[in-house]
Every structure is written in C-alpha cells, then in structure tokens.
Design a protein around this ligand. Sequence first.
Ligand code: ADP
Ligand code: MG
Length: 354
Amino acid sequence: MASVGGSVDLEQVTKRYGAETVVAGVSLAIPEGQFFTLLGPSGSGKTTTLSMLAGFVVPDEGRVMLGGRDMTRVPPRGRGLGMVFQNYAIFPHLNVAENVAFPLTVKGAPKAGIAARVAEALEMVKLTGFGTRYARQLSGGQQQRVALARAIVGHPKVVLMDEPLGALDKNLRYHMQVEIKEIQQRLGMTVIYVTHDQEEALTMSDRIAIMNHGRIAQMGPPREVYENPDSSFVASFLGEANLLKVRRDGEAVRGPGGAPFVARGALTTPEGLVFVRPEKVNVAAGTAAVAPNHLPGQIQHASFLGNIVRYAVTAAEGARLLCDVANGAGTQIHRPGDAVTLSWRAEDSRLLAG
Ligand code: ADP
Ligand code: MG
C-alpha cells in the first residue's frame, strides 16, 4: 500500500442501479485533517457515496481521488483507508487484540510492531486490559470501540464511518461522539462520517454536506448551513424551521395578514417562503409594533422544557410558528390564548423559493 496524503476528492461521481440514479454527479473536495459529514435522510445516497470512496462500489461516471491520486478502480484493500460501519461486527472467533491487529496481520506486518500498535489503539478507545476478551463478553458500546480501534490501528490518513453510533443509546452516543472527535484531532485524520442525525452532524463536523435524492443540497460549516439554509429542504432537515408563505408586493415582501418582512436573500418568484429558526423569534405580550419583522399572533400551546419554553403560535391566514424562548431569570411565561407580538431580525431570516 502506497502512503498517500489525507485529502479526499470526488469529481462528478455518478452511480446508477438499473433505471435509478442513486448518486448524481457528486463533487467534494475535502482537505487533509477535516471532519466531513454526509448528512441526509434514508435513501439519499450517503452509503453509496461512502462505498465509492471505500472501493466497494465502482462509479459509473466520475473519479475518486485520495491524496491526489486517482483511485477510482483501485480495490478497497489498496486504498489504505480505515473503516467503521454500524453493522461492521467484530470477528467473534478472534479476541479483542486479534480483532484490532487484523488489518496489520493481513498485511504481514512484523509481530513486535503489531503488539505496540494494538496497545496504543486500545488505549485510545479506552479499552486497555480488554485484549483477551471476545465479542460476546463486550457491551455494544465496547464492541463499537473495538471496531474503532481496528479502523485506526494502521494510522490511516483517512477513516470512513457509516452511522457508527446508530446502534447505541443516546448517552453512550454522546460520549462516543466526543471520543471520536478527540481521536480524530489527536491523529490528524481526515474523517468522512455518515449520519442521518442532524445534531450529531452539527456537533462533530468541520463541514457538512446535506444530501437529498443523490445530490448535495448544500455544503458548509455547521453554523452556516444551520443559519443560512438555501432551500426549504435543508432548513427543515437541519432542525426546526418556521417557513412562512410570503408574496411580492412591488418592492416589498409581505407575509401573513400583509405584514411587511425584511430578510436576507431575494424573492425571484411572485410567491415564496421566509425562513426563521424558532430560537430567533422574540415573543412579547400585547401588540407592540417593533420594526422590521413583526407579526401579531396568539399563543396556542406552551411547552415547558426546563431550559426553554416552546410556544406554538398562530397568526393571520392560518400561519403557525414555533418560538423557543430561553427560560432565563425573570422570564414571563405566556399562556394559551394570550395575544402576543412575534418579532425577529432581518439578518436571522431568509427568503427561499416556495
Ligand atoms: P443512504 O445511505 O443515504 O440511506 P444508500 O446509498 O444506501 O442511501 O441508498 C441510496 C439508494 O440506492 C436507495 O434508494 C437504495 O435502495 C438504492 N441502492 C443502494 N444500494 C443498491 C444496490 N446494491 N442495488 C440497488 N439499489 C441500491
Ligand atoms: Mg446508509
């Protein structure tokens, strides 16, 4: 196996199964050391994209470049990648140390070096002392740590992970997210991570590509894609989003009840949507008019979630908004039926195509 740099590039990669195009001209340029996530609903083409990076699937069109070298037709074993999959079970007939050593033993690495590498990898995943155990003697979380140790034992520059924490409960997931991130930073690896969990993508990634129907809908750092989605799909896939119908009226854009809205972006069609996240909406008692974006409404439901209060608010023309208000010191909690005025900043909202 040649030693290659950790950059990963896909150039106009397409994969079809029969009449269905499951990955449609995807291009990605991922620099060495980046934590890059493919996020999208089930069936959007994430695993197929990762499989083409791994070499399990050969694209019908386009190129796969690793460390600047064309690897499109190189088999998986020649790509020098580490891999962790949700159902990539560890071998039951091998103990933990033998499992972790596997990528090195198949390459015929010298025995003395292997033991040191295995010890180091087990230490990184916090499984020192577990070397002689078998899969049946490990919890699900521990088995996934073994899979992680096996993926990094050969110090690959690039590690692919497909929903690696999908089978774990929420608490364990969170711990493993932090640990994977720490290991990635410690080793300076490039990680291509697949998940359908928005929160996981937002916390772990340097950059996220949101996939939909085999295409990249949007790509960028977590905060950018969360706060500045350029489609209603991305807006609602990445958490809660208010998407209100708006129409053009000369130079103005008007929402429910004719309320004038000022937002980023432009409306290129007569009708469209204005996007604003629930936590960016202010909820004030009464009908005070605060410029520029304000909308009279009525509290329909108030959910007390401890640190926040989530309001469902109705406005003119049957519009419904979610508003998350931090439960800070002295916060007044509105009740169902209360008349309120919702407001938000122009820079926290964006015009989108309908
Ligand atoms: P994701 O990982 O985002 O859930 P996949 O990449 O696994 O999506 O699948 C994308 C689409 O391709 C799905 O519609 C799936 O049914 C289809 N698909 C995946 N693998 C095959 C295959 N080997 N043969 C036929 N269709 C496939
Ligand atoms: Mg998948």
